[in-house]
Design a protein around this ligand. Structure first.
Ligand code: E4P
Ligand code: PEP
Length: 401
C-alpha cells in the first residue's frame, strides 16, 4: 500500500516536472501528426504579456477613443466630413512608415475641418495565392516567418503612428492577431477574400472600432451588406482572451459596420450608379443614413496607382455635387510611386527602394497631398449645397441639389 502510494506520488512529481519542462522549454516543440509529418509549435507571448511590454499610454488611448467616435459619427451621417484612410498598401519598413506618418500628420492638421485622416497601417496581407504575408507574419521579409517578432514589431509600429498623432487602420485577417493590436486601432477592415467568412464577421461584431466590409472580389456588393448585417448583431464566439485562454466571448455587435466598394476583377464600382445601388441595398437591410466608403485601389484602380487618382477624383466630384451617401475613401500611398517585387528569402532587403511599396502599387506622397486637398474642397462644396438645400426646404421651396 505504502509502496503504491510512494509510486503514485513519484509518478505525480514526474508528471509535474515534465509539464514544467514542457512549458518552460517549449519554445520549440514538434509533434508527429497522424500523417507522420511533423507539426511544430512555438511558444508565443500572450497578448497580456505583449501589452505589458508595449502598453498604449493613456494619452494615446484617448486619441484612439476620440478618433473611433469621430469615424463612427461620419459613418452614421452625423459629421459631414470624409474619412480618408491613407498610407502604404503594407508596412514593411517601420522607419519609412514613420517618415511617411510625419508628413501625413501635417496634412491631417491642415485639413482636419473637412477630413478625418487615418493612417493605413496594414500589418497582415491576404494573398491571392502566395507571397509575402505582411509584417506580422514575416517581419524580416526573409520567408522565415518569425511571428513572435512580427507581433511585437507590428504593435510597436501602431504605437508609433498613434504617438505621431495619427489614428491607425488595419485589415483584421487572422482573428488570433486581433487581441495583440486591437486597442491601438481606430478603423478596421474585413477584406474581399474574407468578407463571407462567419468567423471574420463574428470577430468584427466583437471589435470596438468602426469596421468596413469590402465587396467580394467578384464584385458582389451583397456579400458586404450581409457581412455588415451579421457584424451588427450581438453574438457569441470562441476566442482567446488576453491571457491566451479560449473563452466564450459575448460580442455586442460592431458600433459602425459599413460597406466598402473596392471594385472587382471585372472593373471598378466607384461610379454614381454603384454608389446609389449600394445605398439602396443598405437601406433595405435596415441601415438608414449609413455612409459608404470607397476604396480607390484594388479593383477600383485595376491595381495601378494612376487608376487610384481617377477613382479618387470621381469620388471628389460626386461629393462636391452633393452626394451625402459617401463617407470616405481608402487610398494606397507611400513616399514614392509604384511598387517593387519582394520575393521573401530571395530579395535582398538592403536592395529594396526606400519608401516604395512591396505589395500593391501606391501613389506618391505629393500626389496624395494634392488629392486630399481636392477631397477637402469637395466636402466644403457639399456642405454649402446641403445647407442650401436645408434652408430652401425650411422655406418650403423645392430642394435643388
Ligand atoms: O492589397 C494587397 C493585395 O491586393 C492583396 O494582398 C492581394 O495581393 P496579391 O494578389 O498580389 O496576392
Ligand atoms: C487586400 C486588400 O484589399 P481587398 O481585400 O479589397 O483586396 C487591402 O486593402 O490590403
Amino acid at each position: 500500500m505504502e509502496a503504491r502510494r510512494r509510486n503514485s506520488s513519484v509518478a505525480c512529481s514526474c508528471a509535474v516536472i515534465a509539464a514544467a519542462v514542457c512549458l518552460l522549454s517549449a519554445w520549440h516543440r514538434s509533434v508527429a501528426s497522424p500523417s507522420g509529418l511533423e507539426r511544430t509549435f512555438k511558444r508565443l507571448l500572450t497578448p497580456a504579456e505583449l501589452l505589458r511590454s508595449f502598453p498604449l499610454p493613456y494619452t494615446l488611448k484617448r486619441l484612439v477613443n476620440e478618433s473611433r467616435a469621430e469615424a463612427a459619427a461620419i459613418l452614421q451621417g452625423e459629421d459631414d466630413r470624409l474619412i480618408a484612410v491613407v498610407g502604404p498598401c503594407s508596412i514593411h519598413d517601420p522607419e519609412a512608415a514613420r517618415d511617411y506618418a510625419r508628413r501625413l500628420r501635417e496634412v491631417k492638421k491642415e485639413l482636419e475641418d473637412d477630413l478625418l485622416i487615418i493612417m493605413r497601417t496594414y500589418l497582415e496581407k491576404p494573398r491571392t495565392s502566395v507571397g509575402w504575408r505582411g509584417l506580422v507574419s514575416d517581419p524580416d521579409l526573409s520567408g522565415k516567418e518569425d511571428l513572435g517578432r512580427g507581433l511585437a514589431l507590428g504593435r510597436r509600429v501602431l504605437l508609433d503612428m498613434n504617438a505621431l498623432g495619427l489614428p491607425t487602420a488595419v485589415e483584421f485577417l487572422d482573428p488570433n492577431v486581433a487581441p495583440y493590436i486591437e486597442d491601438a486601432v481606430t478603423y478596421g477592415s474585413i477584406g474581399a477574400r474574407t468578407v463571407e467568412s462567419p468567423i471574420h464577421r463574428a470577430l468584427a461584431a466583437s471589435l470596438k472600432m468602426p469596421m468596413g466590409f469590402k465587396n467580394g472580389r467578384s464584385g458582389d456588393i451583397q456579400d458586404a451588406v450581409n457581412a455588415a448585417v451579421a457584424a451588427s448583431s450581438p453574438q457569441k464566439r470562441l476566442a482567446p482572451d488576453r491571457h491566451g485562454r479560449v473563452r466564450i466571448v459575448q460580442a455586442e455587435g460592431n458600433p459602425a459596420p459599413h460597406i466598402v466598394l473596392r471594385g472587382a476583377e471585372s472593373g471598378p464600382n466607384f461610379g454614381e450608379a454603384f454608389v446609389a445601388e449600394a445605398g439602396e441595398r443598405l437601406s433595405k437591410a435596415g441601415f438608414r443614413g449609413a455612409q459608404i466608403m470607397i476604396d480607390c485601389s484594388h479593383g477600383n484602380s485595376r491595381k495601378k496607382y494612376e487608376g487610384e487618382v481617377v477613382a479618387c477624383r470621381s469620388v471628389a466630384e460626386q461629393v462636391s455635387a452633393g452626394n451625402t451617401g459617401i463617407g470616405g475613401v481608402l487610398i494606397e500611398s507611400f513616399l514614392v510611386a509604384g511598387n517593387q517585387k519582394l520575393d521573401p528569402g530571395v530579395t535582398k532587403v538592403q536592395d529594396l527602394k526606400y519608401g516604395c511599396s512591396v505589395t500593391d502599387s501606391c501613389m506618391d506622397f505629393n500626389s496624395t497631398k494634392d488629392l486630399l486637398g481636392e477631397l477637402a474642397a469637395a466636402v466644403v462644396a457639399r456642405r454649402a449645397k446641403v445647407s442650401l438645400c436645408w434652408k430652401e426646404a425650411r422655406k418650403g421651396e423645392p430642394v435643388k441639389a
